[in-house]
Write a protein that binds this ligand. Structure first.
Ligand code: ARG
Length: 458
């Protein structure tokens, strides 16, 4: 393509280090769409003749059909997807193919292709998150009344409802989805026509190509347009946060599925057995969601470090933008599907969760709150009195509500028999009815809101 300037061809090493076709062939649809929009505009502006544009467009459609049928050929000499398409076009339509590259460069071409690909990846992520949200809300509705221990420091803290716990992940997913949607709006500007870096002397119509490719408007600065990969970093940053949330969910399911917990039975379809220990059912899908999150964060780091030292405008380092994005997108799509499947099809062991909540003095705060409310004791003092009650119960190996009224009254005479109503875990969760609290009625309200947010019909 640049033989005019060079006396010798590239060495084998140059060919190999330069070739991006092994991975950027994934952009073939976007590349052909971009070229078709470009040549239609060139014809509309009389930069190429209508007849030439027609031949080029027909050739591009033939190539699309070939790639659809046979895949994209990988010839390192042709370097990348842009040259691969153009050289095939020349074989199909002859020298007129050379007119396609008028008023553009591979720099604006690749930026355009990549944005088009990225837009679809963002939409895919949003749809995957929506499916996860759907599963979370459905299960939260089923378990608005299911009581489990709530943890801080992974120590039993206060009883919560499982529905409330699941809706915590709904909120994370809602933010994740908005990050992708937001990134999609921000990148909605078409780089095509920025040419190599400075724009072009040809009378092109950038509004027309932008519109044809479904962008809101053309980019406003050609130097920025060919050197900007913010959209890819936005995607990777959003993917990283989303993957971190999925990893935390996976981690909880792994803990909950372990025998000492026994809170959940993971679906057989998303578990594996052991080749040596017949009793085992391993939560491999969850472990890989947790593991893949690390790789996704690694991809984000890879591109950010690639970009940080680059002067304007295009540098070949930027060709390394695609592998981390493609890798992260494939991993994220899989992780989202696995997470949605685990949430939808896991069986929660309701009795076991309840039993665990009854142990561990999860209602100690309720005793302290009762002392504040009913006996007008300052909270710090109530905390101290409750500590004594917990110590007594612990010493005897019983739950708080198994202590007798005499025993409690001996700790503080202001305690009377009404306290027992506050010490049950059901009373505890029902009492936490502040907005956004764990009470079953609150959970039902949040589920209803979430369902309407997701457009689920009642
Ligand atoms: N394969 C290149 C990439 O992905 C296309 C742009 C090449 N531009 C250039 N001036 N060499 O970045």
């Amino acid at each position: 393509m640049w033989g005019g300037r060079f006396a010798e061809g590239p060495s084998a090493i140059m060919r190999e280090i330069n070739a991006s076709i092994p991975f950027d062939k994934a952009l073939w649809r976007q590349d052909i769409a971009g070229s078709r929009a470009h040549v239609a505009m060139l014809a509309a502006e009389d930069i190429v003749s209508a007849a030439d544009a027609k031949a080029i467009d027909a050739g591009l459609q033939t190539i699309a059909a070939e790639y659809e049928r046979d895949g994209v050929p990988e010839d390192w000499d042709l370097e990348d997807i842009h040259m691969t398409v153009e050289s095939r076009l020349a074989e199909l339509v002859g020298p007129v193919a050379g007119r396609l590259h008028t008023a553009r460069s591979r720099n604006d071409q690749v930026a355009t292709d990549f944005k088009l690909w990225m837009r679809e990846a963002m939409l895919r992520a949003e749809a995957g998150i929506a499916a996860l949200q759907h599963a979370l809300v459905t299960r939260a509705g089923e378990h608005a009344d299911t009581i489990m221990p709530g943890f801080t420091h992974l120590q039993t803290a206060q009883p919560v409802t499982l529905g409330h716990h699941l809706l915590a992940y709904y909120e994370m997913a809602r933010r994740d989805r908005s990050r992708f949607a937001d990134a999609r709006v921000r990148m909605d500007e078409c780089p095509l026509g920025s040419a190599a870096l400075a724009g072009t002397g040809f009378p092109i119509d950038r509004e027309a190509t932008s519109r044809a490719l479904g962008f809101a408007r053309p980019t406003r600065n050609s130097l920025d347009a060919v050197s900007d990969r913010d959209f890819a970093m936005d995607y990777l940053a959003a993917a990283s946060q989303c993957a971190i949330h999925l990893s935390r969910l996976a981690e909880e399911l792994i803990i909950w599925a372990s025998q000492p917990f026994g809170f959940v039975r993971m679906p057989d379809t998303l578990s594996t057995g052991s080749s040596i220990m017949p009793q085992k059912k391993n939560p491999d899908a969850a472990e890989l969601v947790r593991g893949h999150a690390g790789r996704i964060v690694g991809c984000a780091t890879a591109l950010m470090v690639t970009m940080k030292g680059l002067p304007l405008a295009y540098s070949k380092d930027m060709q390394d933008d695609k592998p981390p994005v493609f890798e992260a997108a494939g991993l994220l799509d899989l992780c989202l599907a696995a997470a949605a499947g685990m949430v939808a099809d896991s069986r929660f062991e309701v009795a076991r969760m309840r039993q665990a909540a009854e142990l561990g003095y999860a209602t100690a705060t309720d005793l302290a709150d009762w002392l504040v409310r009913e006996a007008d004791i300052p909270f710090r003092e109530a905390h101290h009195i409750t500590g004594a009650a917990v110590r007594l119960a612990e010493g005897r190996g019983v739950a708080l509500d198994a202590l007798s009224l005499d025993e409690l009254a001996a700790i503080d005479s202001r305690i009377d028999e009404r306290v027992f109503a506050a010490l049950s875990i059901d009373a505890s969760v029902a009492a936490r009815a502040s907005y956004g609290g764990t009470a079953p009625d609150q959970v039902r309200q949040r589920v209803a809101e979430a369902r309407s947010e997701l457009g689920i019909d009642e």
